[in-house]
Structure formats: structure tokens, C-alpha cells
Design a protein around this ligand. Structure first.
Ligand code: ZN
Ligand code: FE
Length: 256
């Protein structure tokens, strides 16, 4: 079975659009619909027909193009059951633990509430691909607009259980700013220092820092590292409950 192909392109100021394509069945899904013109341009460039939209959550920079794309392509929109009232044009409602087929490839759904309630992530276990939306960013995590720190930490732990070689496709290019915060709470993390330098180099060349791998995120993303003694020491939370350490880290990022 040929692996699914991911085509990545910038949208709006700092979003990424993604097309997920199965060459065997000809199916193509847009992961979120931040902006119509770049999605149409990407479809034309690849000569793919849009058959599906997978929505991670309802925010306009993720579902704003749903209705126009559905009208043009008659595509099937798959979104979160708990978020369904806010997902324009939703056809299929999925929830935590659900699995569906995309051609012959499996897609597994995780509820990763926190940024919003009912935010979901899409994981393709046959292809080592994760679309994490605004839940897990490269070196960061989403702001807690609707959920609690405990909810977000529970959500991120589900993703941490995935294989280290999983490619993490998040919805925004926030990595360089995230790296500055990460270094402020774990200044002596050598993996993080190396990654921050690599990120500066990529951005100076105008290149994306996304995707990253889950293994790299676990080694460098402060929001996956509340168990790190060095991080706990920096924020004065040594030996504390990991949910509290996560909450303190998230709150410091809000005012960084
Ligand atoms: Zn959002
Ligand atoms: Fe967003």
C-alpha cells in the first residue's frame, strides 16, 4: 500500500493548509479550510479533486472555507461530534477513539480538548501522520480558550503515546516564537538549543519548521515536559503534580 501524500502550503498569516491524498483511491482531504484560494491553487497544482474536509475545530481559520469548498466540490465534511453545531456543513460526526477509512488507510480520531472543547486530532497509523490542529504545535500548544489546563494535559498525553517517528503536522507556523519561550523554561536542554538554532536557520531561509516528529517534540516541547526536573526547577515547581506544572508553564507562556 502506497503511503498517503501530504501537500503543505501557507494560508492567511501563519496557518498551514494541508491536502492529504491517497493515490490508490484518488481521495483527497483538506485538513481544515483556513483560506479558499490557496487550497484551490494547491488542488489545481496537484491535479487532485477535493473529496473530503477533515476539521480539527470550529475557529474561522480552520473551518471558514468549508461551505464554499463543499458547494464547489460536493465533498464530505468530517468533524467533531461535540463541536458539530459549530462546524459549517458537517456531514460525519466523529469522537474520541473513532476510526474510519480513507481509501485503504485508517484514520483515528483523538479528542484533544483544551484550546476549544471538542477539538480533535486526526492520526493515520499506517502512515505515521498526525494532524494536531491547534492542540499540539511545534514546540508549543494551543491557548486555552475553552478548556482547563487539566483537560489540555490529558489531551497532550494521548498524543505522547503515539510512536516517536510520527510526523506532527500542526496548523500554525508559531515555532520560532515558541522556541524563545521553550528556552526560557529549559535553557540547558541541548536538544532544544540545537533545534532552536535549526529553526532560526530555516526561518531565515523562509522555510517551514513543520512538520516535526513526535520524538523531537517529546525531547524539546516544554508542554510535553512537565516531568523534566530542569523545567520544574526553572519555574519553581519541583516535585509538584504534573498537571500543576503544565498549568504553570501554560500560564507563563500566556504572558511571555
Ligand atoms: Zn484555533
Ligand atoms: Fe488556529
Amino acid at each position: 500500500m502506497a503511503k498517503l501524500e501530504v501537500h503543505q502550503f501557507p494560508c492567511l498569516n501563519d496557518n498551514y493548509g494541508y491536502l492529504l491524498h491517497d493515490s490508490e483511491s484518488g481521495l483527497t482531504a483538506a485538513i481544515d479550510t483556513p483560506e479558499i484560494a490557496p487550497i484551490e491553487a494547491a488542488l489545481a497544482a496537484k491535479n487532485w479533486k477535493l473529496t473530503h474536509i477533515f476539521n480539527t475545530h470550529h475557529h474561522a481559520d480552520h473551518s471558514g472555507g468549508n461551505l464554499a469548498l463543499k458547494e464547489k466540490w460536493q465533498c464530505t465534511i468530517i468533524g467533531s461530534a461535540p463541536d458539530a453545531d459549530r462546524i459549517p456543513g458537517i456531514d460525519i460526526r466523529v469522537a474520541d477513539g473513532d476510526e474510519f477509512n480513507f481509501g485503504n488507510h485508517r484514520v483515528r480520531v483523538f479528542d484533544v480538548s483544551g484550546h476549544t472543547i471538542g477539538h480533535i486530532a486526526f492520526y493515520c497509523p499506517d502512515d505515521d501522520i498526525l494532524f494536531s490542529g491547534d492542540a499540539l504545535f511545534s514546540l508549543g500548544c494551543g491557548r486555552l480558550f475553552e478548556g482547563t489546563p487539566a483537560q489540555m494535559w490529558t489531551s497532550l498525553q494521548k498524543l505522547m503515546d503515539l510512536p516517536d517517528d510520527t510526523l506532527v503536522y500542526c496548523a500554525h507556523e508559531y515555532t520560532q516564537a515558541n522556541a524563545r519561550f521553550a528556552l526560557s523554561v529549559e535553557p540547558d536542554n541541548a536538544d532544544l538549543q540545537a533545534r532552536a538554532a535549526e529553526i532560526d536557520r530555516l526561518r531565515a531561509e523562509g522555510k517551514p519548521t513543520v512538520p516535526s516528529s513526535l520524538g523531537l517534540e517529546k525531547a524539546t516541547n516544554p508542554f510535553l515536559r512537565p516531568a523534566s526536573p530542569a523545567l520544574q526547577r526553572t519555574i519553581d515547581m519541583e516535585g509538584r503534580d504534573l498537571t500543576e506544572v503544565f498549568a504553570e508553564t501554560r500560564s507563563r507562556k500566556d504572558t511571555f
